[in-house]
Design a protein around this ligand. Structure first.
Ligand SMILES: [Zn+2]
Ligand SMILES: [Zn+2]
Length: 724
């Protein structure tokens, strides 16, 4: 035990920094390179003498135990290379390189002796890197320039495969299972189950919107079968934030399993609003949890950590389980200047990283985008410029209803110009009233006016906030653009800002709306013309930041299609997380970890359930196929009445068609069809057929091939036979 302790302590000694460039000293320039330069330059251009630098580093970064361990080691030069610099010829002097290599060998030997076994500690690896670099530098001086570049490249590659170690102490413990039930390989309907021993809880329960091949379907929610099967284990439901792809399925889940819900204040308010739309849910226990607080769910403890996102009050989660700490970022970005001043709690992520994180699950939505998502604040700056340009005109801004920080910036700009605000769209009205009530939105009392009051003010004193930034056909902005809105008519005195990017698939709707608005003479500012929209999701550098802070043993990319998950995994590799420790899962996978290993150990029921009006899950593949068929080729109804006593046609057959051809222009074809059907029906009766189903299918087949021959179309045919 004692021995283990010491071993652990030693491995925790941080390696000396290597990202230090040698300053080109005068002696090196003159070729008097046989001396170790007296001065070293740090990346931040501070000049240190070698010894004072080392001393200072040890003083600042080592604890007492480490200091005494370090004092036993031979001093080693702290500078070596600038990792961003391929030109390794910067190295200073043969003598120096030699001495450096010697020092490194000594340090390595000492380290190996200390550790008994040659483990890949951070230190020894750093030493190996130094050696490789020194050798390369040596070679590069001697070989031709071309060869030098190749060598430099190899070296750079070696340098770029970074040393990685997690602070998680791998000890086998009670396993914890992570079961994604939605949100993997898709954007939307996020839902994950966490299970340990006899306890289970759910994180998020969202919806997604139907694809083009699901006509008539209102929304899509996750399959809850697995949760229902394990209702006895279910301790609660945690919601990370109030977006539809995280709360949209909750009402349907609560109908089946009424368990306590935990979320932040604004999220709970938005959930309450949604539950009101469903009468058949009994009393629900909705609990407000503040960022920084925890909820105990059986043997697991879920801690809420503040993150930034495009809706206030978003949190990530630290899930303290018997197997170790799991971190789920939820949807997040890093905004250093958020509108509400509540910066993502990076310190807490770092703290957990120091304690040791078993696994990180991170938002991958923007993993394809390099760099850093800009702060929400830059949108406000654009608004300021645009409002100035809109002087004398009515301003109309369309944005996402849930982006309360964006709405706050609109309110601030309108207030400055003395404009009153009228709100359009049900979801916009709902969120604004909830946000005002909870004081997430600050506005002077008389700022918001009723739609009917708009006429009392000149255009330059009015600002409209509306839904419809995606060009949704029924939204307020679309109806305004099409000239179908009850109270708003677009004129050349309108200045319209669409503060959103079209979600893939919505581009053509947005374009149509923009065209119509322009046609009506309005100024329209949209998309990337100005900084009028920023994403709510982390780009690559932010994902790296969270990984670097938490240093997880395992990484599971979440929230995104396969390409996003894959990119996110790539980011993890680039930070040195071994490929074997990164898991790209699918919904229904049981990802199990005992604190040492992680593996996909099983599969549970998961998938999508279609919601159409009040019907949940009653729209299956056959219904969808019929709807598609109808939408593509239309419908023909054949009605005939048969007198059974006479065994003859009493009336009809008549043909009705919908969505197939315009009958009046195709009378000839319809007459021919009617003749054909009469003939077929008579033949059937003469042949003594009494099974209505076979008569119907004969009619159907004959008509179908007749129509296909003439039109190449394949409408749905519905024969109806009445008897008298
Ligand atoms: Zn979100
Ligand atoms: Zn989301």
């Amino acid at each position: 035990m004692a021995k283990k302790e010491t071993e652990k302590k030693k491995s925790l000694i941080p390696p000396l920094p290597v990202a230090v460039t040698a300053k080109k000293t005068r002696s090196a320039a003159k070729g008097r390179a046989n001396k170790l330069p007296a001065e070293l330059q740090l990346m931040d251009n501070t000049v240190y003498s070698k010894t004072s630098f080392e001393k200072e580093f040890i003083e600042n970064h080592y604890n007492d135990d480490q200091k005494s361990a370090a004092s036993g080691r031979k001093a080693r030069p702290a500078m070596l290379y600038d990792t961003d610099d391929t030109d390794l010829t910067k190295f200073i002097g043969d003598d120096f390189t030699e001495r450096l290599a010697a020092t490194e060998r000594a340090v390595k030997a000492a380290t190996m002796q200390e550790d008994k076994k040659p483990s890949r500690t951070a230190h020894s690896v750093a030493v190996q890197r130094h050696e490789k670099a020194s050798a390369a530098a040596e070679d590069s001086r001697q070989s031709a320039p071309a060869a030098r570049t190749t060598r430099a490249k190899t070296v750079k590659k070696a340098l770029q495969a970074p040393e990685y170690h997690s602070n998680h102490r791998p000890v086998k413990r009670t396993p914890v299972r992570i079961i994604p039930l939605g949100g993997l390989n898709e954007i939307g309907k996020n839902m994950t189950a966490f299970e340990c021993g006899n306890d289970m809880f759910i994180v998020d329960c969202g919806l997604s919107f139907p694809d083009a091949d699901m006509p008539g379907v209102d929304l899509v929610i996750p399959d809850f079968t697995y949760v229902e099967q394990n209702i006895d284990k279910l301790r609660g439901i945690i919601i990370t934030h109030g977006h539809e792809d995280h709360i949209g399925g909750l009402a349907y889940l609560l109908m089946k399993v009424n368990k306590p819900v935990y979320a932040t204040r604004l999220t709970i308010a938005l959930i309450q609003g949604k539950l009101k739309e469903h009468e058949n849910i009994g009393k629900c226990s909705l609990n407000v949890v503040n960022p920084g607080e925890s909820v105990k769910l059986g043997c697991m403890n879920v801690e809420f950590i503040r993150v930034n996102h495009s809706i206030p009050d978003s949190v990530g989660l630290a899930i303290h389980t018997p197997a170790g700490i799991l971190i789920h970022t939820g949807d997040f970005k890093v905004d250093f200047t958020p509108i509400d001043g509540e910066i993502i709690d990076l310190a807490r992520f770092g703290e957990l990283g120091s304690k040791g994180v078993l696994a990180l699950m991170s938002d991958s939505t923007n993993a394809e985008r390099p760099g850093h998502t800009p702060s929400e604040r830059i949108v406000g700056e654009s608004f300021e410029r645009l409002f100035a340009r809109a002087d004398g005109k009515r301003v109309i801004i369309a944005t996402f209803a849930s982006n309360i920080h964006r709405i706050q910036q609109i309110v601030d700009n309108a207030a400055r110009d003395g404009r009153k605000i009228a709100v359009f769209g049900r979801s916009m009205l709902n969120t604004i009233s909830a946000a005002k009530e909870l004081e997430y939105l600050n506005a002077p009392d008389d700022m918001f006016i009723e739609v009917e009051e708009m006429n009392k003010y000149p255009p330059e004193k009015i600002c409209l906030i509306t839904t419809g930034s995606q060009g949704e056909p029924m939204s307020a902005l679309t109806r305004m653009a099409m000239g179908e809105h009850r109270t708003v008519t677009i004129t050349p005195t309108d200045y319209i800002i669409i503060s959103a990017n079209p979600i893939p698939g919505n581009e053509k709707f947005v374009t149509r709306v923009v065209n119509e608005l322009l046609r009506a003479g309005a100024d329209v500012v949209y998309e990337s013309m100005y900084d009028i929209h920023v994403s709510g999701h982390a780009c690559q550098e932010e994902i790296k930041l969270i990984m670097a802070l938490t240093r997880p043993r395992f990484f599971i990319p979440v929230h995104g299609e396969y390409k996003h998950l894959k990119k996110s995994a790539g980011i993890a590799y680039s930070l040195g997380i071994p490929k074997s420790n990164v898991f790209i899962g699918s919904i229904g996978d049981v990802i199990e970890t005992d604190g040492v290993d992680m593996a996909i150990t099983g599969k549970v029921t998961a998938g999508k359930v279609l919601v159409d009006g009040l019907g949940v899950g009653d729209v299956g593949s056959i219904v969808l196929r019929d709807r598609k068929h109808l939408s593509e080729d239309g419908l023909i109804v054949v009605v005939a009445t048969i007198d059974t006593s006479m065994n003859a046609i009493a009336a009809g057959p008549d043909i009705l068609s919908r969505g197939f051809v315009y009958v009046k222009e195709n009378e000839e074809m319809m007459d021919q069809a009617r003749d054909l059907l009469t003939e077929v029906l008579e033949e059937c009766l003469e042949a003594g057929m009494h099974d209505w189903n076979s008569i119907k299918s004969t009619l159907k087949n004959e008509l179908s091939s007749f129509i296909y021959k003439l039109t190449g179309r394949n409408p749905m045919i519905l024969p109806i036979i009445e008897e008298i």
